[in-house]
Every structure is written in C-alpha cells, then in structure tokens.
Design a protein around this ligand. Structure first.
Ligand code: LMR
Ligand code: MN
Length: 430
C-alpha cells in the first residue's frame, strides 16, 4: 500500500487499513462510519476519502440507490482534488470515478475524467483505452479515432486499439477494405477484452462486402464457437435466450393468425393509402439509412418505431393506423417497427442481420412485380400481393430487385411469440 499512502496517511495507516478490512469483509456500514470518523479528524486524508467513496459505492450498489452513488461519485472526485493524493491513488480513484460516471449515464463527465488521467499519465495505455471507449459510447467517433490512433503510435500493434479503430473505419468511414487488417486482431489474438460480437459482426460483413464469402464465414464460425452469435446465420447481438430460432415462419406457427387476417382482409386499403404517399412531394418515404444498400433505391415510410406510433405519419394513412391499433403484439413491440418499404428496380441489399432475435418480421405484399426476391439463410423466396411472408430477420438475409417496376410491401414486426408478456415489458427499445 506504499504507493497509495502519503506521509500523513502513513501515520494513521493502521486505522486506514482497518477500514479497508471492513470493506473486504463486506461490513460496509461499519466501513463507512469508520472512514467518516477518520475524516472528521483528518478531513484531507486521501485514503480516508477513497475508503469512504468505496464503501458508499458498494452500499449504493447493494441498495440500488442513485443518491448514494452520487455521493460516492462526489467523494471519488474529492480524492482526485485533494492536495497530496499519491499518483497511484489518484489513478485508482480516477478509474473508479469514470466507471461510476458511465454507470450513472454521465458519459461526458466520464470522458473528462479519463482525459484528466491521460494528461497526468501520458504513457499509460489503460487510461487511454478507457477514454477511447468512453468517446465511442457517446457517439463521438472522431474523438475516439484520435485516441485509438494515439495508442497505436505509442504501442504499434496494440490489439485493443486496432479493433476499435477498425470498428470506426468500418462503421463511420464505411471502408471495409481498410477495416479488415485492423479488425483481424480478433482472429490473431485470444485476449478476452477484444472478443466482442460487434467486432466479429463487422469483420465478417467487411469480407462479405468485398465478396470474400469464405473468409466471412471463417469469422462467423469462430464467433459462434466463442458464443458471440446464436449460429453462423443468426448474428443478432441483442438476444433473448431459449426461443425458437428458424429463418422462415408459417403463419400458423406464430399464433398471430387473427392479427394477420385483419391485415390481409384489408390489403388493398393498405396498398392504396400507402401508394398515395409515394409521390416525393409528400416527403413520406425516406431513404434507408442503415447503410445496407449495395445499389439502387430503397425507401421506407415508418408508422411505428420502438413501440411508438409516429402520429404525423399515421395521420397520412389514417385507415391503416386504425387497423394497426388492433394489432397489439406488433404495435407494442419496442424492438421493431411497422413501415412501408418501397424498392425501385435495380436494388441489391447486402446480406445482413437485424439487431435482435426478439421479433419476427411479417411482410405483406402490396405491389409485387416480377423480379424482387429475398434470401433468408439458405432459402430464397418472393412476395405475393395480399399475402404475408414471415421471416426472422435476425437471420442473414439479402434482397434483389431485378424487375422493371416498383415493389411495395408493409413490414410488420411482432414480438417473438415465445417471449412472455412479463419479459416483453423488461426489454429496452431497439
Ligand atoms: C430487409 O428487412 O432487409 C428487407 O427485407 C426489407 C425489404 O423491404 O425487403
Ligand atoms: Mn433487413
């Protein structure tokens, strides 16, 4: 404990150690009282402040109290602000503080804390890693890029920095070619901290976009072995356990026949209200924004997203939304959408997987010329007007439209039927 004890704390080290022992023994109230007491006598003792912060933090966790967590946060901050805090303790407090700020959802404060640590310990890679991840969490990808590049300048070949930089090059720059040598780190090193589903997901995808299919499946197969994917085709990353997994569903397998019937009975109405919105002057259909399109034009008109009705759009297709009001397991599905999907001839959608296995996706054919087709896993089918096809879009799927005129469908996401009501209420929106 030499590294964390300054001269004054050295004089009371027995008392400080005793408090630490209370924490070790999970005697948290006692530890907290003990450090409080010490602080009345030695208000600037860095180790007493740290002990108090630590016991508060553990109590907050046990009692699930945000108020206590905030007290712990303020106290870790005091350790960093105290005059004679030894470097090692400063670093420990900073790392704890950053972690707690992130947990509290105060990401920009967390980033500021890590930046503070980087300034003080410029050669410490651990704190730089935390800073980079913190920027990524905030969606500040350019700042994150700087941090990970800086790490590579200090430590060429650092695998953690490689995969994170590769992720940014793939997702932000949309540059599969250059992302591959960086993301490859996951195949070259077994280090636990880089074995994340999203890196396997994007390395495989980078290969697929360069038409290196075999390489892609080497990556996916390894992701499956590591338990990061449900299967080589089912690569969603926000999953429920133990539910039926198949790429194609028959209506009678869903238990939702009564709801599907409401929509098929009214398919012409759904088609006609939708078609009135195709005119660009309405501003209703917007280009797909997930970067899934290889070529062509693909647009969507969204009525529900994350379980919320889009009132403005619904007002444009009022009869359709009146029908949707009756489709409870779809309109309540916070992990899905309800939307029209319009594809112009010439489209190719890259093979891709949806983010979650918690929904099944029903497509109602509205305007179906010759030419469009969809592959899900190993099977390719097409749409028929007035009929549903039902897929699990967490399985890899790919779409082509080689016909001569527009294709229009209504996409309706339903809760996966194997997820019970109680669980549905606990799942966060996607
Ligand atoms: C997809 O969800 O990727 C596509 O199947 C949607 C569509 O319009 O065909
Ligand atoms: Mn899709």
């Amino acid at each position: 404990k030499k590294d964390i004890t300054n001269d004054e704390d050295y004089n009371i080290s027995d008392l400080l150690d005793l408090g630490d022992d209370f924490i070790q023994e999970k005697n948290l109230e006692r530890a907290n009282d003990h450090f409080e007491q010490l602080l009345t006598k030695y208000p600037n003792s860095p180790r007493a402040l740290y002990g108090k912060a630590l016991s508060l933090d553990k109590l907050a966790e046990k009692q699930r109290s945000n108020k206590m967590l905030e007290e712990a946060i303020a106290t870790f901050q005091k350790v960093m602000d105290a005059k004679d805090t030894p470097d090692e303790l400063f670093k420990q407090a900073g790392l704890k503080l950053g972690e707690k700020l992130e947990f509290r959802g105060w990401n920009s404060k967390a980033a500021a804390t890590y930046q503070n640590l980087v300034n003080k310990f410029p050669s410490d890679i651990t704190v730089r890693k935390k800073l980079g991840v913190s920027y990524l969490l905030m969606g500040q990808n350019e700042k994150a890029r700087r941090v990970f590049s800086d790490i590579l300048d200090i430590d060429k070949g650092n695998n953690f920095a490689r995969v994170h930089l590769g992720f940014i090059v793939k997702v932000t720059d949309n540059n599969p070619q250059e992302s591959i040598p960086l993301l490859r780190a996951i195949m070259e090193s077994n280090s636990k901290e880089i074995q994340e589903g999203k890196f396997y997901f994007h390395l495989g995808d980078a290969y697929q976009r360069l038409n290196q299919t075999e390489k892609a499946y080497e990556v996916y197969e390894r992701g499956v072995k590591k338990g990061l994917f449900l299967s080589k085709y089912q690569r969603s990353l926000y999953n429920c356990d133990g539910i039926k997994a198949q790429p194609w569903w028959k209506p009678e397998e869903t238990g939702y026949q009564q709801y599907l019937k409401i929509l098929t009975d009214n398919w012409k109405l759904i088609r006609d209200e939708g078609m009135k919105q195709i005119d660009p002057k309405t501003g209703s259909f917007l280009p797909e924004e997930e970067n899934l399109l290889d070529k062509g034009q693909w647009m969507q008109f969204t009525l529900y997203a994350r379980g919320k009705k889009n009132a403005k759009n619904c007002a444009k297709v009022p009869k359709v939304c009146e029908l949707l009001d009756q489709i409870t397991p779809a309109k309540s599905c916070v992990r899905g959408q309800i939307k029209y999907s319009l594809m112009k001839p010439g489209v190719h959608v890259w093979p891709h997987c949806g983010p979650t296995n918690c929904r099944i996706r029903a497509h109602l054919g509205l305007v179906i010329p010759e030419g469009p087709k969809i592959r899900v896993a190993d099977e390719t089918r097409t749409w028929k007007e007035g009929q549903f096809i039902i897929i699990d879009d967490s399985f890899e799927h790919e779409v082509w439209h080689t016909g001569a005129s527009d294709r229009l469908i209504l996409i309706v996401d339903f809760w996966h039927p194997d997820i019970d009501e109680k669980t549905r209420r606990t799942l966060d929106p996607i």
